[in-house]
Design a protein around this ligand. Structure first.
Ligand code: HEM
Length: 150
């Protein structure tokens, strides 16, 4: 199902999609590094509350709204005639990677709540490794959508 009326706006929707994706990625790349620093602190550390505040603001004011925008403009693109071919391998690889990226977003949110509730048991090295996940997914997504290799 596509909406013909979206066609004249394809370029502006695409631009808004790429802008919101860039902002979403910026927050998703920064947040795990706050968790790396936070994981080394004890719950009675005065810095703990400051980090909780930074993580909450980054999540609520940046990462959540920009994910919503990236999905909204992405779905408008899907509904634009000719933007997507459902038989193309690149599109399915991108879509699966985007769902994994959204799953990672959910994990960041869960980890933030664990810090908030004093329940974090993950190490700094765990969060260092986790910080690489959105980079790998972003590389796959951009190669798929720009080069459309298969
Ligand atoms: C969140 C769900 C997403 C949906 C539903 C979605 C959907 C789409 C669609 C339909 C297009 C137009 C494809 C075309 O040019 O024909 C597009 C373009 C694009 N998407 Fe997404 N996308 C999503 C997330 C992402 C993410 C997470 C990234 C990067 C990390 C991304 C990067 C891009 C780029 C760079 C383009 C422009 C490609 C070009 O003009 O050559 N998208 N997206």
């Amino acid at each position: 199902m596509t909406i013909q009326a979206l066609l004249p706006f394809f370029r502006v929707i695409l631009a808004l999609h790429v802008i919101s994706v860039l902002l979403w990625m910026a927050g998703m790349l920064a947040l795990p590094w706050l968790y790396v620093e936070h994981a080394g602190m004890s719950a009675c550390d005065p810095e703990d509350m400051r980090f909780q505040g930074m993580e909450r603001r980054l999540m609520k004011l940046a990462v959540n709204p920009t994910m919503f925008a990236a999905w909204s403009f992405g779905i408008l693109l899907v509904l634009t005639p000719g933007a997507v071919s459902w038989s193309a391998g690149w599109w399915w690889t991108k879509l699966i990677s985007v769902f994994l990226m959204s799953g990672y977003h959910g994990a960041l949110s869960r980890w933030r709540r664990d810090f908030r509730d004093g329940r974090n048991v993950r190490t700094r090295n765990f969060y260092r490794a986790a910080a690489g996940v959105p980079i790998v997914l972003m590389i796959i997504i951009v190669i798929m959508v720009v080069m459309q290799p298969f």
